[in-house]
Design a protein around this ligand. Structure first.
Ligand code: AMP
Length: 374
């Protein structure tokens, strides 16, 4: 199937062509036509499946086709996403796909001065990408009204729940007009999320791509039993062997991420840590360095790493195990994207063993134990 067959209009086709996208991904094939027909959508999909374009393209197209010339610009589409990194990435997608449509968009998120964001809003935007806290903040300061929203996207709903945003969302929902299109995306469907989706969607079209197990299928997974004090030594050993690969190391805590970075730097392994205690600028800089290949190793907490979109990520290392099995799948899904092979290594101490069982149950795969002599 081609984008043309999905009835995408020329200004968007031109932009997609420039991006080098030849064909739609499976979620785009399934979602674009129903969304263009103004249906609500329930999308079960992870980052890496092309889901951003799956909602961005049909929203841009609908706004372009219903453009009212000469009227003051009001926010007509709202994309709500849990993290600043995701918000920035989504905004970049709108930059790309909407460039020939004359539509205006902007992104707002917390942790930075609100002034530049408010200035952009004052110029008038059609599409707003936002994290929940800053959005509520700017609404209460009367810089934003949601009265004209026609398209609402709730992105990464399960992650919103994990991050404690559910109350913010419940405060936001009544501020949206009743008559609107809602697109709801989540990688997993815990009970709370399923309930929430039922309360806000009307006869949604359901699309589901790459279920957890098939994502995991393309990734080579290894498990090391190693006690905490020996983990850093093992990490240094592996990084010494995997010299060619770009590596994302997951730490459970911010403090832990900094500690790992210090140890690696001492050993002469160039790396950077990203987590919520670092300024937005420092995080962006670290990501840019990593993407450009300047640094080969990045150490991240789950929240900071959420949505990091890096092509050719060679290896994911779970230095610590996450608290829930779903997070493991999110983490290792950062490698092995778009059909490329990927690898994920997990360091498990005796305290962490119980979660391994949950992971194996969720993925339906036994993790192979690797032994190593350092
Ligand atoms: P997402 O799941 O939205 O984070 O997208 C994952 C990656 O796939 C991003 O780097 C997109 O730029 C890329 N992508 C999205 N749609 C396509 C497509 N149709 N062809 C090739 N790459 C795509």
């Amino acid at each position: 199937m081609t984008f043309k067959e999905l009835k995408i209009i020329d200004p968007i086709l031109k932009a997609l062509d420039e991006k080098g996208y030849e064909n739609p991904t499976p979620i785009q094939e399934q979602a674009i036509i129903p969304v263009l027909s103004n249906n609500d959508l329930l999308g079960l999909a992870q980052t890496g499946t092309g889901k951003t374009a799956a909602f961005a393209i049909p929203i841009i197209q609908q706004l372009y086709q219903n453009k009212i010339v000469g009227k003051k610009r009001e926010i007509k589409a709202l994309i709500l996403t849990p993290t600043r990194e995701l918000a920035i990435q989504i905004d970049e997608c709108f930059n790309d796909y909407a460039k020939y449509t004359g539509l205006h968009h902007t992104v707002i998120f917390g942790g930075v001065n609100q002034k530049p964001q408010v200035e952009k809003l004052k110029h008038g935007v059609d599409i707003l990408i936002a994290t929940p806290g800053r959005l509520l903040d700017l609404i209460s300061q009367k810089y934003i009204t949601l009265n004209h929203i026609r398209h609402f996207v709730l992105d990464e709903a399960d992650r919103m729940l994990d991050m404690g945003f559910i109350h913010d969302i419940k405060r936001l929902l009544p501020l949206l007009p009743k008559q609107k299109q809602t697109l709801f995306f989540s990688a997993t469907m815990p009970e709370m999320i399923s309930k929430l989706s039922k309360t806000i969607l009307h006869n949604p079209v359901k699309v589901e791509v790459t279920p957890v197990s098939s994502v995991v299928d393309t990734i080579e997974q290894g498990l090391f039993f190693v006690e905490k004090p020996q983990k850093s030594e093992l990490l240094v050993h592996i990084l010494g062997k995997e010299k060619e690969k770009t590596v994302l190391v997951f730490s459970r805590t911010k403090h832990g991420a900094d500690k790992i970075a210090r140890i690696l730097n001492k050993k002469g392994i160039g790396c950077e840590a990203i987590h919520g205690n670092k300024s937005q600028n420092a995080r962006q800089r670290a990501l840019t360095n990593f993407k450009s290949g300047k640094t080969r190793v990045i150490i991240a907490t789950d929240i900071a790493a959420r949505g990091i979109d890096i092509a050719n990520l060679g290896l994911v290392i779970n230095y610590d195990l996450p608290d829930v099995a779903e997070t493991y799948v999110h983490r290792i899904g950062r490698t092995g994207r778009a059909g490329q092979s990927g690898a994920a290594l997990t360091f498990c101490s005796s305290e962490e063993y119980t979660i391994i069982k949950d992971i194996q149950k969720l993925t339906g795969k036994k993790l192979n134990t690797v032994s190593v002599s350092i």
